[in-house]
Design a binder for this molecule. Structure first.
Ligand code: FVH
Length: 304
């Protein structure tokens, strides 16, 4: 059986990494075409040098492809790019563009209305440098797992471990955004902490050569690493509505700690706004239930 003709639509940092990995792992007969809005992007030339075919006309590129792997900045960019394409009849579309659950549903409707045979919505869960390495994993949702395995699993296997999240096409986007929300929440707190460390260095009269990185590496990073499994335990408490289970860390104690951070921010002139919303939610749980339960109940308020 001949190899499927793959079109990588979008050669930004991530699209280029996906295309490079597919090229590296493919047989000499594999037919990999690339398209990018800006043909002069250096990543495009690197891929052509590595054996990809660049097709500047997207209508032609799609007509000659069986599988279209989309990785653009956002969903509006997808519609802008695909607007002139008259038909997607019999095409398999794998969309790895970051977006919302609703955007995933709308894209499925839009693509199938134009004849697409199979639409999978997904996400890449690592940086471009890690694509194709043992650390890489990707999410896919939509169609059925059997269809995903039959049609796509071998094609996307070189990119990383594929996790099929469910037939509901929104499930990959929901999981992707959940992970990113946790990551950005971690950044929000880390930036406040780095501000406090900088103030401490300035207050102690350290010269310009004093850095915050040693404290972050020796104290902040190990604490975060040790607490990662705690997030899973909190999720289990949420599923079980086990609001009274404080896992040895009662909400009252935790809120006192968060208030100390915010107080230090006021005293030192650091913007602690990144933690204000969390403190308010914890305070609401305190008012409703007292401080003996767990922090998991904050999630109940988030969805109300
Ligand atoms: N890079 C990363 O670390 C993360 C890892 C997790 C997944 N994300 C998501 O991947 C999508 C693409 O991200 P990217 O890193 O490739 O982003 P850029 O390098 O900025 O490339 C963007 C591509 O989108 C094209 N594009 C933008 N607007 C339009 C448009 N209106 N019409 C057509 N194409 C458009 C852009 O083309 P050009 O600027 O080169 O002409 C690039 O091909 C993204 O969803 C991340 O959240 C990456």
């Amino acid at each position: 059986m001949s190899s499927p003709r793959i079109l990588c639509l979008g050669i930004g940092n991530m699209g280029a990494a996906l295309a490079q990995t597919l090229l590296r792992s493919s047989s000499p007969t594999t037919n990999l075409t690339i398209w990018n809005r800006t043909p002069s992007r250096p990543l495009v030339q690197s891929l052509v040098d590595a054996g990809a075919k660049f097709e500047p006309n997207l209508v032609t590129a799609i007509a000659h492809a069986d599988i279209i792997l989309i990785c653009l900045l956002d969903y509006p960019a997808i519609y802008t790019a695909l607007h002139p394409v008259p038909s997607l009849a019999s095409k398999t579309i794998i969309n790895l563009t970051n977006g919302t659950p609703r955007q995933a549903t709308d894209a499925q409707t839009w693509m199938t209305a134009r004849g697409a045979e199979l639409y999978l919505d997904g996400a890449v869960m690592v940086t471009p440098q890690l694509v194709g390495t043992p650390h890489a994993f990707l999410l896919f949702s939509g169609a059925t797992e059997a269809r995903f395995q039959a049609a796509m699993a071998s094609v996307v296997a070189p990119l990383g471990t594929a996790l099929y999240t469910g037939e509901d096409v929104t499930s990959a986007a929901a999981s992707d955004l959940a992970a990113l929300a946790a990551m950005y929440g971690m950044f929000a707190g880390a930036f406040v902490g780095m501000g406090l460390l900088q103030k401490q260095l300035a207050r102690s009269g350290s010269k310009g050569d004093a850095k915050i990185a040693p404290a972050v590496e020796k104290v902040v990073v190990p604490l975060l690493a040790a607490l990662v499994p705690y997030v899973g335990q909190i999720a289990t408490a949420v599923d079980e509505e086990a609001w009274e289970d404080n896992m040895g860390n009662p909400l009252g104690m935790q809120l006192a700690g968060v208030r100390n951070i915010l107080q230090a921010c006021k005293e030192e002139g650091v913007d602690g706004g990144g933690l204000d919303a969390l403190a308010s939610l914890m305070q609401r749980v305190m008012v409703e239930r007292g401080g003996d339960g767990g922090v998991a109940e904050v999630v109940r308020l988030v969805v109300e």
